[in-house]
Design a protein around this ligand. Sequence first.
Ligand SMILES: [Zn+2]
Length: 291
Amino acid sequence: MKAIWRVWTISTVSLSLLSLAHASPWESLSEPNRSSSESIGGYANGCLLGAEPLPLNGQGYQVLRSQNKRYYAHPDTIAFVTELGKKASNDLRTHLLIGDMSLPQGGRFSSGHSSHQTGLDIDIWFRLADTKLSLNSLRLPKPQSLVDMSAYKLSNKNWDRRHFQLVKMTAQDQQVARIFVHPVIKEKLCRSEGGDRDWLRKVRPWWGHNYHMHVRLNCPLDDASCVNQAPPPPGDGCGKEVASWHPKHNVKSLRPAQKPSEQVKPKVVKSTPKAKKVLPQQCQQIVRNLN
Ligand SMILES: [Zn+2]
């Protein structure tokens, strides 16, 4: 009986591991499709036609964890990262470490964040690689947090003036819609800027972005099915707005009591079920062809 139980348990565990490995059908697509390039749908509910791979090693940047195949993007994004790498190399004398972008045909990752689906999101690590990383370090990179998480304070030993320059020059690019950083980093950027405050509007506080910034680009102009996010609220988002993220505002939890205006969701009446996201038709077609 015990032996049967063990076999049953082992096979159930391996089955569930298998299904975990394919938790998202998008992970099984190893190449971009041959259509012309187009971002379809929203950042967290879409896909990507005719993606391009970011070359793994370019001027001023390197791709992390390429084994995950998350280095594909819309060609506009590829051009953006390539240019940003050149600026990092020329102006900051360093190399950027590029984390997740999108899968070969976009869509949902099996783990991690729910956006990055349309080839327009890029994670860029705050760890500045003044000398390029070895292949082994690229496969299993060590993150460097700019925030002392237990004290909810900036990590002065890891903060570098170039972090300010990097976020500022990225935010000032017309293609950039938003940049997500940890609220403590946003506070530091707010304190470090003098009169030129427009770019700060695009830098939005969000949990989890202590060792990387998440850069989100606007929809490419010709991509009619691509859905932009509403623009950030007016103002630089400093002062009270970023302070409202401080855990002291809500002692019971680490989340802010009052979320900043752009996060507040309309109250849902209990009897109405939450509207299910419907994947755009063109993306559904890709998934259907897998079966
Ligand atoms: Zn991200």
